[in-house]
Ligand binder design. Structure first.
Ligand code: ATP
Ligand code: MG
Ligand code: FE
Length: 344
């Protein structure tokens, strides 16, 4: 089979085509970051509009690239075996663009339609760089909108072990970057400064690190960083941005690693994998590596290109659904919120 998957849940318009072996024949991402950066975050109305402008071109390019890679003269919608689309969670106005487009394309091409949970896509991103990866595993899902530990018992069989009670990790990176005037998105720029700083310079709080459960809290850390920045400014001291970034990252990562270890102990899983945009963070990757090698646990990481939003990860979920013949009827809607444990 050849399945085309569409992703439009936030500020990336993306399309990918997967073949029957799980290989990606094309994987196209058009980012809108430049249009949102001046507002310091994603503006939902702009996101919807930009998806509408981009989606035809992204899908055309996706079909063209796939044809070339598959050695075909051209690839038409009718040559596809199914059309898949992210239907939740995310910005509902952004999701609706992909969902409406996918419905129209699947209807016109007379092929089945598959709805995919975006968070499950982030779990499957681990399979892009590591095709032999199989559950059971604990997943540390750290993205712009979510922070959670998941017990992945099998493909499609997930138990959420704990989530953040306030901000997501990616959100904390974005808010701290904003407070430092470093622009949007915050993750990449904070990690660039962080490598030049001392992670022990400032003792930021490790909220809920020893709370005994697997929940997280990030808003207090963000406030602590902002309070520190204001204090330094009032005292007339120049900000040491690298030290602030490194110390902030250390506080985030300490908690993530401690709780992931706890989740491994609780579930008995021998594999840890990571998903979401923050999985690209070098300090987090290195710290997970250290913890896992010490614990004798296998660590699976998505390639850097597959940590943020992309359609390749959506296509891999769709291929499993296609094999199970789990198709969606054409009357389903985009949804802002959906849990990983919810059945289809
Ligand atoms: P969700 O997946 O929860 O719906 P989202 O799709 O908006 O949210 P992603 O695209 O998966 O989130 O991730 C984006 C987030 O990743 C942003 O908050 C960004 O700052 C963060 N991020 C990207 N690169 C890095 C990095 N190197 N270090 C830390 N954070 C990073
Ligand atoms: Mg994004
Ligand atoms: Fe995402």
């Amino acid at each position: 089979p050849l399945i085309l998957a569409i992703e439009s849940s936030c500020d990336e318009t993306a399309a990918a085509i997967v073949d029957g072996e799980g290989a990606l024949a094309s994987d196209v991402v058009a980012s809108q970051i430049d249009f949102h950066a001046r507002f310091g975050g994603v503006v939902p109305e702009i996101a919807s509009r930009k998806h509408i402008e981009a989606i035809c071109g992204v899908c055309d390019e996706c079909l063209e690239v796939a044809a070339k890679n598959l050695g075909m003269k051209s690839l038409r919608w009718r040559d596809l075996s199914a059309v898949a689309v992210t239907y939740a969670p995310g910005l509902v106005g952004a999701l609706v663009v992909g969902v409406a487009f996918a419905k129209g394309a699947a209807w016109a091409a007379d092929v089945p339609l598959i709805g995919v949970n975006h968070l499950e896509g982030h779990l499957y991103a681990n399979r892009i760089g590591c095709p032999d990866f199989t559950p059971p595993a604990v997943v540390s899902l750290v993205s712009g909108g979510n922070t959670m530990l998941v017990h992945m018992k099998g493909w499609g069989d997930y138990e959420t072990l704990g989530t953040t009670i306030d901000d997501a990790v990616g959100e904390a990176f974005d808010k701290v970057a904003k407070a430092l005037g470093l622009g949007y998105p915050g993750g990449p720029v904070i990690s660039r400064y962080g490598v030049k700083g001392d992670p022990r310079a400032i003792a930021f709080p490790r909220a809920m690190m020893h709370s005994g459960d697997l929940r997280f809290s990030l808003s207090g850390l963000k406030t602590a960083v902002v309070t520190y920045i204001n204090g330094e400014r009032e005292a007339g001291r120049e900000l040491n941005v690298p030290d602030i970034c490194a110390s902030f990252e250390a506080a985030v990562v300490d908690v993530q690693v401690t709780k992931a270890k706890r989740a491994l102990d609780m579930t008995g899983a021998r594999t840890l994998c990571v998903g979401g945009g923050v999985a690209a963070n070098p300090v987090l990757r290195a710290s997970y590596e250290k913890m896992c090698s010490k614990a004798g646990v296998r660590l699976v990481l998505p390639p850097l290109s597959a940590c943020g939003d992309n359609a390749g990860m959506i296509a891999l979920v769709a291929l499993d659904r296609f094999r199970q013949k789990k198709f969606f009827s054409f009357d389903f809607d985009a949804k802002a919120h959906v849990n990983l444990d919810e059945p289809y």
